[in-house]
Design a protein around this ligand. Structure first.
Ligand SMILES: [Fe+2]
Length: 273
């Protein structure tokens, strides 16, 4: 587990993921949302009819600046999982299951975003000293026509049913498109590929390698956009040429395996659009 900004940057550069000890207030907020969200999904995904009713009741379609559409709120992207997605700035467009659920989602989103942006800025400061690279600066150089009216960073509550064979995949190995990711879960299931050893390992597992979580921790990993930026160099809009290639940070290859019993995962991805 990292203990400083330098360690955070070093570990991410070497293995593309890192286990972080969360601040106490964030631990408590996530634990509270975890319990409420588990109860919500347990009640509202028990049967196919429940899932259909939940989708009708709590799914929101939001037009995107690029012409596409975002699915917010409740959605069932496959027969393996359900999802509740929230973007900051969309609260008034969504139908919420309860005011308590809404309050916990909004509070966690705000605090997680702040924490993740701090991680990102810290890593950039370590990898690119003296360059004043930050998430805010990168966002300000993103083309206005690519920007939505709402915040681009989704907070996702994934609920994996885990009714199939233990060890089968809920999600095949992949990398995600954004800059950086943070995942909190009280149950095992997320596995990350360690490029140093060429082996998969359980994210957030303890040193004994069993299923117990390290209390109060989350996993931070790098995504495709950050890997691209660090391999090509930062190119703020007001500079006509690419900066010199400096440090490459690999995108984290990860997968989700089925376990015993349902699993809730609270996930936030930092994106530019
Ligand atoms: Fe992913």
């Amino acid at each position: 587990m990292q203990s400083s900004g330098a360690d955070l940057a070093r570990v991410l550069s070497e293995q593309s993921f890192v286990t972080v000890k969360l601040p106490t207030d964030l631990q408590e907020m996530l634990a509270s949302l975890d319990l409420e969200a588990q109860a919500f999904f347990r009640t509202n995904t028990a049967t196919a009819q429940d899932i259909e009713r939940s989708t009708t009741a709590w799914r929101t379609l939001v037009p995107r600046a690029n012409g596409g559409t975002s699915l917010l709120g409740f959605n069932a992207p496959s027969n393996l999982k359900a999802l509740f997605r929230y973007h900051r700035g969309c609260s008034n467009m969504m139908t919420w299951p309860s005011s308590s659920f809404q309050a916990k989602v909004e509070a966690c989103e705000c605090r997680l975003a702040g924490y993740l942006i701090e991680c990102f800025d810290t890593v950039c400061a370590e990898l690119f000293p003296g360059r004043a690279i930050s998430y805010e600066r990168l966002m300000s150089s993103t083309s206005e026509c690519q920007k939505d009216s709402f915040d681009p960073n989704p907070l996702d509550l994934f609920y994996y049913y885990n009714t199939g064979n233990s060890g089968a995949f809920n999600c095949d190995p992949h990398v995600d498109r954004g800059l950086m990711h943070i995942v909190y879960s009280s149950s095992p299931g997320l596995e990350v590929f360690d490029p140093r050893t060429g082996e998969w390992q359980q994210a957030g597992g303890n040193d004994a390698g069993d299923d117990r979580r390290i209390p109060g921790t989350a996993v931070v990993f790098c995504n495709d956009a950050f890997a691209t930026i660090t391999s090509e160099g930062f190119k703020p809009r007001d500079q006509g040429k690419a900066e010199v290639r400096t440090t490459e940070v690999p995108a984290c290859v990860h997968r989700v395996v089925q376990g015993n019993g349902p699993r809730l995962s609270i996930s936030m991805e930092l994106r530019l659009s």
